[in-house]
Design a binder for this molecule. Structure first.
Ligand SMILES: [Zn+2]
Length: 99
């Protein structure tokens, strides 16, 4: 789980979803300090998004029906949100440029 750079509070999975999944920044539930997802972990997170394209390619090559690939995308999104994102994300008090 990501840890607050300011107070050391360990974020709950629910906080990560609620605050970080959309904007990649949010206030710490413990101390209220604005926290940003580090550029490094954002890049790492976006690597996993490449898996989505992989599924689309696999779907095209093997002619998997559309509902099959939609089901796979939902399963992948679920796994990413539940296990990968809270693990990969690290927090910092300073906003970093992505590139
Ligand atoms: Zn904090």
């Amino acid at each position: 789980m990501p840890v607050c750079d300011h107070c050391g509070y360990e974020w709950r999975r629910r906080d990560v979803w609620k605050k970080l999944s959309v904007q990649a920044r949010g206030t710490c539930p413990s101390c209220g300090q604005m926290q940003y997802v580090t550029a490094k972990s954002r890049k790492r997170g976006s690597m996993y998004m490449l898996l989505v394209f992989l599924i689309l390619i696999v779907q095209a090559v093997f002619e998997i029906p559309l509902w099959g690939s939609i089901a796979m995308l939902f399963a992948l999104a679920f796994v990413l949100m539940t296990f990968v994102i809270p693990k990969v994300y690290e927090l910092t008090s300073e906003q970093e440029a992505l590139y």
